[in-house]
Design a protein around this ligand. Sequence first.
Ligand code: NAD
Length: 527
Amino acid sequence: MKILISDPIKEEGLEKLRERADIDIKTNLSKEELKKEIQKYDAIIVRSGTKLNEDILKQPGNLKVIGRAGVGVDNIDISTATKQGIIVINAPAASTISVAEHTLGLLLSATRNIPQSDRSIRNKKWEKSKFTGKEINGKKIGIFGLGRIGGEVAKRTQKLGMEVLAYDPYIPDERAEELGVEITNKEEVIKKSDFLTFHMPLTDETNKMISDKEFEKMKDTAIILNVARGGIIDEEALHKALKENKIKKAALDVFEEEPPFSSNLLDLDNIIMTPHLGAATYEAQQNVAISIAHQVIDSLEGKPVQNALNLPDLPPSEMEKLKPYIDLSEKLGSIIAQTMTSQVGNIEITFSGEISEENTDPLRNGVIKGFFDKILQEPVNFVKAPVIAKERNIKIKESKIREIEDFNSLIEVKVIDSEEQMTISGASGAIFGKGEKRLVKLGDYTFNTKIDERMLITKHKDYPGVIGKVGELLGRNEINIGSMQVGREKPKETAMMVLSIDQNLDNAILEEIKNIEEIIEAKFIEI
Ligand code: NAD
């Protein structure tokens, strides 16, 4: 096996690779050199420096595996890699402990004024009373996002005597119970916490999740930490909250723009900042190198790897038949994740008609992949999707029914609430004509509408003029409507409207829609 290393990785990873393969380290290759070189190797290991775009991957020669020593894969054209049969692998969990520890560092630094008092001593001052801090023992910490890092922060802060509250609608209650954490809604966590810490990805839903309205509700003694992604906290609103003493302090490792040299946060003394240091430890980099080395070797030896990011491994004939249904399954998973209304319990999938006689494993994994894709930071793949569901104690129930009316095949997906065992989100889809994926049911309402990239979904009172009001509002904001369908049970009761739109809908416009008198709920979803 021949492996090319085109960005530097830690020696411990190189050692693992050398045990099983011939490796060449060639950094700073030009595009032309890289294009020629990759053809000679079975695998390439990169960090963020090497760009593997379509042009480079279209003549892959021997290349079978790309290993990304880290999380983000923006520098790799996964779709071209997939077309060329190249497996793309990353190493997302290697820095979990380092990031959790950095969070603790910021928490203690903020509450005990460590950076500020260090600056004061250097100015030959001895300001003991000015820097009197607070104990963290017995205080409440609110964790947003109880995934890998959030979970480790929960365990560590509990050991320090803190009480943990958490907000994460995409984990079942069992995970919170295992961690001994009280899981509740966003408002409660904001209102009750002495410390608030963020450990979720930056998504449409989390973008500026903490802004003026949320700062108003926080305790004026609250300390807020962000070691996840810049943008989750609205920095303009944070500046205002800190300046007007609406909250006590902030500590940030990540920023809307990095480095944040033009940010007005730099003018404040009640904020601590570190330059995206969460994963910057020797151990995290060593773990990344070892993890990617193991996975690349396993993959080259034909063994399954947990962090492979592309399509399931199916024979071409089966792939051709199943591909539209795999895509449909992923889209339905994404729709139910974005429309659910309370804590996830289990997911139920029913395959009816002809599709029930096929191998539905990749379809089931497609639903789970689609569900987690919008929720987790790193891309989820078909191998890892069921593992993630299992880790989170989300049970996946699959049924098959041969008999069906109206369609050749139908896929129905439901999220069942963890407490009440009620359906909190449900979507059914079918394939029409030459592979068009259509939504045929959403919640209790029947539709027949193409599943588009961007959709506005409203639940509203079925009165004359509502559709016009929404259409007028979108038009006024220059949002073009591609298609629109209304589903309802009985006239003059509740109805649901699904609009496909050409542009993204920002929060301000969505708020305006929600403010229309007859609108009960409105959601913008992106597939
Ligand atoms: P993870 O995927 O294991 O956990 C993320 C959690 O966020 C999940 O449990 C998910 O259900 C939850 N979540 C998603 N959307 C949510 C929402 N709208 N409301 C509440 N919860 C929501 O990820 P992780 O490995 O724990 O990483 C967490 C964050 O830390 C990511 O943003 C990652 O990019 C960031 N990170 C930062 C650094 C750094 O250097 N500062 C290093 C590594 C990771």
